[in-house]
Structures are given as C-alpha cells and as structure tokens.
Design a protein around this ligand. Structure first.
Ligand code: ADP
Ligand code: ZN
Length: 441
C-alpha cells in the first residue's frame, strides 16, 4: 500500500545543514582524519610522503585534491589489519565485502564507527517512512556482508520491529511478510523482484500485504526495475547505497522524491573523478565515485576509489535535505564489459528489456571470443504468458530486442529467448555476466 509523500528526516541538523556551514564542518573533520591517518597508517603515510603532501597542507575541503587515492588493492595488500588507524583493542566489528569482484576484503569498525553507520541507515529508513510503528523484514544476508546487520541496526535504531530473516527461503519470507504484517522490506532489488513476482504468482494481491516501502541496494538497478517492482506490490521502492570499506548500506539513500540518493555528507566527502586522469568532474558528468570518510576512526578511507560510475548533483531537494545526491550507479568500472572496444554495462541491457512487454527482468550476458572476435549473447527469459511455439512471434521478438540493443549499445548481440525460470535466481547480489574470454580454455 503506497504511503502519502511525507518527508520525515532523522537528523535535521545534519541533513538540512546550510551549505557553507557543512563545508566548514567537512574541512575540520577532514583535517582530523588526515592527521590520524598520517600518524597511524604507515602505508598511507608513505603514500603522502611520496606525493609530497603533509597533514598541514590539508586545511579545507578543496585541499582534498592534493591527497593520494586509495584502492581496493590496498585493502588486499594490507589485509587484515594493516589499514587500521585505531588500536585493535578498540575495534568491535569486522565486516567484509561479499566478494562480487575478486578476493574478499575486510574493514574494522570501532564502536563509534558502528554507531555512525547505524545512524546512516536510520536516516535511510526514516526517509522511506520508517519509524517505531513499522515492522521491517531484513532479507539481506547476515554475516560479513554489511547488508543484513546494517539494515538490522538502522531499523532497530528508529524503534521499528525487526524481522531478521536473512536471505533465502522465499516461501518462508513470503509467509512472514504476510502473517507478521510487515510494512517495510530490505533486500537486494533482484531478490525483491523475485519475492514480488512469487507473491503475485501465488495469487496474493498487494492489498493483502501491509508493505508500504522498501530499501533496496547492494547492486545496481534501474528506474524501469523500480516501476516494475512498484507495480507488483503497490509500494515505494527506494534505492540505498553503501560499501563495506566506507560503512555499509546507508552511505547514501533515496528519499520519497525518488530523484537520486542523498549522501551523508557529515560523515563522508564525495567526489566524481575521471577514472583515467583522476581529475574532479563537475555536477552531472558521469565518472567514478570517490569517498573520503571524515568521522571514522577504525579504518578511515581517504579518496577511496569505488569503481562505481554515477553523477553527483548539489542543491536543496524537495524533501528539504541539502546533502549532495548521487544518481543511480550505472555500472562499475570493473563490471564494465568491453566488447569490441565498446563499454557495456548490464544496466543498459536491463533498461532495454524492461521496455519489452514479453521479456522478464531476468537475463544473462554471455561473452565469448570466436575467431578473435568478441561475441555478445543476451539470454532473455520470457514471461509466463508468452507462447514459445509461435515461431513467427519469437523471431519478431528476438529481432526487436536485437534492434533495441543495437540502438543503445551500437553493437550487435545475439539474442536467445528462454522459457520462464531458466536463469538461476539469486538471493543476494544477482550475477548477470558470464565472460568466457579470460578463462584460459
Ligand atoms: P563487493 O560487491 O565489492 O563485494 P560490497 O558488498 O561492499 O562489496 O558492495 C559494495 C558495492 O556494491 C558498491 O561498490 C557498489 O558497486 C554496489 N552497490 C551497493 N549499493 C548499490 C546500489 N544501491 N546501487 C548500485 N550498486 C550498489
Ligand atoms: Zn530528498
């Protein structure tokens, strides 16, 4: 059941702060963070020395460009404790990346870091209309992955009743959603879609449920996917973004305006850079998102390159928040497929498929190298009501998808139409790419 568009704000002072005042606060916090990092983290001290930058050179937010970047490889090289700025004694939590890309990495959190992260998620849940009267089902995985515990802590903080399901066991998830009268759902957007589709297949109507909103993140999704989800369950599907290295979910979150995600700027400084030159890019220009934590003490991150591609937009939002907003993530530089020299992101294909009535939202991109040529195959699962024996219609559909892909990507792809439920479902982050080019076979 969709809610009225009322903007609730968890921490007005911080979220609606005057721009100049916030910049000043960020400058002060950045100065402290750099001093702490320089004093306690040998790897970063060496990097600053090599770049000829001293902590005193950092006085304001603008000075951030003088600082060297940090990379995911730094976390691997310094695994597990090398990047801690705090005494190990003060670390109360370890979280790790889900390992979508390569080896896992871990981050250490002090008690204060956990509190900050918790508040960030509390802000997200509040923006989605959540409070003490809500029942929040957490269907993100619990464990090293930040999704489950992050959503759990945030929902607890706003005083909601938490149903900590973790991921998986779809039938039981749906039973609990219904029987407990759950009002909010937190999980990955792909799992939310799977849940929503299963709910409808079971003949359960949206009005039999009490779900009013959901905070969906941990993987890229599209505006078309939001429309699809919202039409299935008649609720507000909101985006939430985060990464282990910075805090976990809640680094940025959408409000009911649904026009981008508010970044918690009292805790992080966000930049968009050109991934090749490292130069900062202006608002509205897509580039790589870079974060600097300015309140973390366990494992602060300075100019951490996320490899996520998006745009930033400054200004006051319709909800009253003044924090900078990030667009949806359109891809990850390391998730990006380069096919015959063209950059291809799964989200582009997803957007095409969502515009085609007969196609479901389940797809897989398969890349092969045949005679030194890259071949892209897009496997598309069709909806239940499509008659796959109607060969004429199948040929038309396949041509239509091919044409649309060509219009968007400017490269041709082979299209394979598959029966419903033939692509494996994910309970966490969806796997959308099979790249057979580098397997050594
Ligand atoms: P990894 O996926 O690298 O194993 P994490 O579990 O920490 O590590 O996930 C962080 C990454 O997940 C982000 O860098 C981003 O690529 C992706 N992510 C998280 N939230 C979103 C979101 N709302 N939209 C798109 N991508 C997201
Ligand atoms: Zn807003």
């Amino acid at each position: 059941m969709r809610q009225k568009k009322i903007h609730y704000i968890y921490n007005k002072e911080m979220e609606c702060m005057d721009f100049d005042e916030r910049k000043k606060l960020q400058g002060e916090r950045l100065r402290k963070t750099v001093a702490l990092e320089y004093a306690n983290v040998p790897m970063y001290r060496q990097r600053m020395d090599a770049a000829g930058v001293k902590p005193e050179d950092i006085q304001s937010v603008e000075d951030i460009v003088k600082l060297p970047f940090m990379e995911k490889t730094d976390l691997r090289d310094e695994f597990p404790y090398g990047l801690l700025a705090a005494d190990k004694h003060d670390i109360v939590r370890i979280q790790g990346s889900s390992g979508t890309t390569g080896k896992p990495i871990v981050s250490g959190y002090t008690k204060e870091d956990v509190d900050i992260w918790t508040e960030m998620v509390a802000r997200a849940i509040t923006a989605a209309g959540g409070g003490p009267d809500d029942i929040v089902q957490v269907a993100y995985g619990y464990g090293l992955f930040t999704g489950g515990l992050g959503a759990h802590q945030g929902a607890t903080k706003v005083g909601a009743m938490v149903v900590p399901m973790s991921s998986g066991n779809t039938q039981r998830q749906i039973m609990m959603l219904k029987e407990m009268g759950v009002t909010m759902l937190c999980c990955t957007p792909s799992y939310a879609t799977y849940l929503a589709e299963t709910i409808r297949e079971m003949g359960i109507q949206p009005e039999e449920l009490k779900i009013k909103s959901g905070c969906f993140g941990a993987e890229p999704w599209t505006e078309e996917m939001r429309q699809h989800l919202e039409s299935l369950l008649d609720f507000d599907a909101l985006d939430i973004y985060g990464l282990t290295e910075i805090a976990g979910p809640g680094v940025a979150f959408e409000c009911l305006e649904k026009q981008g995600m508010h970044i918690n700027e009292d805790h992080v400084i966000a930049e968009i850079i050109d991934p090749v030159t490292g130069e900062q890019l202006p608002d509205g220009t897509p580039g790589e998102l870079v974060f600097t934590t300015i309140t973390k003490t366990g494992m602060p991150m300075i100019r951490y390159r996320t490899h996520d591609i998006c745009t930033l937009q400054h200004g006051t939002c319709g909800c009253g928040r003044t924090t900078v907003k990030m667009s949806r993530i359109t891809g990850r530089t390391d998730d990006m497929l380069v096919i015959r020299g063209v950059n291809v992101f799964p989200s582009q294909i997803e957007a095409v498929l969502l515009g085609i009535e007969e196609a479901s939202v389940h797809y897989m991109l398969v890349v092969d190298r045949v005679n030194s040529q890259d071949k892209l195959t897009v496997q598309v699962e069709l909806n239940e009501n499509v008659d796959m024996n109607d060969t004429e219609n199948m040929a038309r559909l396949s041509d239509l998808i091919k044409t649309r892909i060509k219009q968007v990507l400017l490269i041709s792809a082979r299209v394979e139409l598959l029966p419903p439920k033939s692509i494996p479902r994910s309970e966490g982050k969806a796997k959308r790419i099979t790249d057979n080019r580098n397997t050594g076979f």
